[in-house]
Design a binder for this molecule. Structure first.
Ligand SMILES: [Zn+2]
Length: 295
């Protein structure tokens, strides 16, 4: 991909090299939890009064105490040049998805709300719970953030046999696809329909949702190629290879188990490739109705 020197997104939250922290939200939760004690005892009320005065006093001096729990520049300084470059690459891809989806949403008379992409290493806390890097990249609808441990790109290349920057871009675009589904209310509908259903029905719905995210990734790929001229020869093949590599049948075979179609939640390699291609060739979100299509 011809990505260097392009605009980077301002929606990257870099939490690499940081210990798992509660952040401002966690601080508030802690406060809520000890609030009964604070109000019940005399000592508690004194602590509360000092805290409130201190907090707003600091505010008046221009210091936001909640911000102080956020990332500090020194923590990211220890990253290697390669890690920094990978983060820049992801930032450029995210910026291009913003541009694409802003345009598409405007065409549909809607407003696009940009997602935040959190870079982390090893473990991360999200509004959907804490997760280890082992789960792979994911999107959390509750905080509308994409979570990405860049070591997944290494796995993609070394263990899954899908190298290349466009393969990595496809992974980012797929997660952004889940964000689109959330903005359009599709994810919420899937959750509501899944409630109380058998595992087979829930998995079948999940497959359709995942294939739609692949198709939406393809719609972005179309724009990246035709509008942004980001693609170079061989790039499309990289994405197709990645889509095939992370199909459920392939992943289950790799893990040594028998392929059990009922437990598929992402679609087979062939399905993932087909839906990505459909989005890529048409560039039309309207082509991504995986819910009424015959799979
Ligand atoms: Zn997905």
């Amino acid at each position: 991909m011809d990505w260097r020197g392009r605009r980077q997104s301002s929606n990257i939250e870099d939490r690499r090299g940081q210990p798992l922290r509660a952040g401002g939200g966690g601080l508030l939760l802690l406060l809520l939890r000890i609030l009964p004690w604070l109000l019940r005892t005399r000592a508690g009320r004194v602590v509360l009064a000092v805290g409130v005065v201190g907090f707003f006093g600091a505010r008046m001096l221009g210091i936001d105490l909640l911000q102080l729990t956020g990332p500090t520049p020194s923590q990211t300084a220890s990253l290697s040049a390669e890690e920094q470059q990978l983060a820049e690459f992801v930032s450029v891809v995210l910026a291009d998805t913003e541009q694409t989806w802003q345009r598409v949403f405007t065409e549909y008379g809607e407003r696009y709300e940009e997602p935040v992409l959190v870079l982390f290493s090893q473990r991360v806390a999200s509004a959907c719970g804490s997760a280890s890097a082992a789960v792979g990249p994911f999107y959390c609808p509750a905080d509308r953030k994409v979570y990405l441990d860049l070591s997944f790109f290494q796995d993609l290349e070394r263990q899954l046999g899908a190298p290349g920057d466009f393969a990595q871009a496809y992974v980012v675009a797929h997660e952004v696809g889940h964000h689109i589904q959330t903005l359009l209310g599709i994810s919420q509908e899937v959750r509501a329909t899944s409630r109380g259903k058998s595992a087979a029905v829930v998995n079948a719905l999940s497959v359709r949702q995942e294939l739609q995210a692949d198709c939406l990734a393809g719609v972005w790929g179309h724009a990246a190629h035709n509008y942004s001229q980001l693609l170079e020869p061989g790039d499309l093949e990289e994405a197709l290879q990645a889509a095939a590599a992370i199909g459920d049948d392939r992943l289950q075979k790799r893990s040594g188990g028998e392929v059990v179609p009922d437990s598929f939640t992402h679609g087979t390699s062939a399905q993932r490739v087909a839906w990505f291609k459909r989005g890529f060739e048409s560039g039309d979100m309207g082509q991504c109705d995986t819910f009424s299509a015959q799979l």
